[in-house]
Design a protein around this ligand. Sequence first.
Ligand SMILES: Nc1nc2c(ncn2[C@@H]2O[C@H](COP(=O)(O)OP(=O)(O)OP(=O)(O)O)[C@@H](O)[C@H]2O)c(=O)[nH]1
Ligand SMILES: [Mg+2]
Length: 334
Amino acid sequence: MNTETNACSADPKCNRPKSFFKKNMKCYNMRMKQVIVAIVGRPSSGKSTFVNTITENKVSIVSSVPQSTLSMVKGIYENSDKRFVFLDTPGLYDSNVEFNKLLRKQSLNAIRECDCLLYMIDGKDKIKAEEEKAAFYVRTSGKPAVVLINKSDLLGDGDEKRVRSFLTSALKDCNQIHVGSAKNDEGLDDVLRALAEYAKEIESPNQNQNREDENPLPEFTESPVEFRISETIREAAFGNLMEEIPHAICVICDDMSEREGTVTIKATIYCERESQKGIIIGKAGNMIKKIKNSSIKGLKSIFPGRYVEIELTVKVKKDWKRDKRILTKLGLIS
Ligand SMILES: Nc1nc2c(ncn2[C@@H]2O[C@H](COP(=O)(O)OP(=O)(O)OP(=O)(O)O)[C@@H](O)[C@H]2O)c(=O)[nH]1
Ligand SMILES: [Mg+2]
């Protein structure tokens, strides 16, 4: 008897050998279940950290500066028979500024598209009007919700009780409340199990592929590479610049080419004022050098084993938050 066969846990009729599944490959014949999850919550609650931890990849930028995610980013995680499509969204935050309205629209679109919500709350933060508004969006979404009280590693006496008591009154029907840490990967399996309850059967995304293909690994994001490059540079800028500046900048990848193992990137950092440009460049170009070096470190995960060169330009564009070309590139309008 050939013990190499029937290695596929998903399809009893499959007779592909064990070696076929070695690289985390899914069976072409299998039907699988998928759940689309919109991750919502206030800025800095840890939504992007959650997606990166689950996918074990850099899908979305993370920063201690609130409002770091600007447009919806997809992170995909597959286990043996379930596919989780996470829609990471900008923090829910009430503001009548046009640009902030565009960010909110991203979150509301994700809520419309999803099968269920993952509502993340920073367990350490005081519950204020903003959290009540976020809970309002969850309550009125018409979608089932799973809640993660995040940052369990920071919680002190009474924190969990305080948040649970808020949730009892804000989301009366929700009985899926979990506590964990997106950063330290604690308590997240229970969250996945709860979300999996809302999965629906779909055709395997691999089904239409040429069956002779080399085992492709499952994709963990659908974001175009140029978007991932500009987000990596923006994260590097966030990490190096002072608090106020990050919200005044955006990054556009103007060009990317690859030759003989070297990736060459040209990108522009746009800011709103001449004084900001000076800060971004820094004394004798020190700050831009730092941003460039941090960017190159971050880009290594997108281009493993390749040498990365970046040419960064800083431009002042007072109204970039209203510029159609830039807003389109950022994925905020189409
Ligand atoms: N201690 C601790 N910090 C966390 C945890 N999860 C996230 N953080 C930190 O919280 C900050 C915000 O995390 P993000 O993942 O960027 O939060 P976000 O909700 O995506 O924020 P926006 O995109 O601005 O809405 C970062 O400094 C993270 O490192 C956690 O479980 N524990
Ligand atoms: Mg984020």
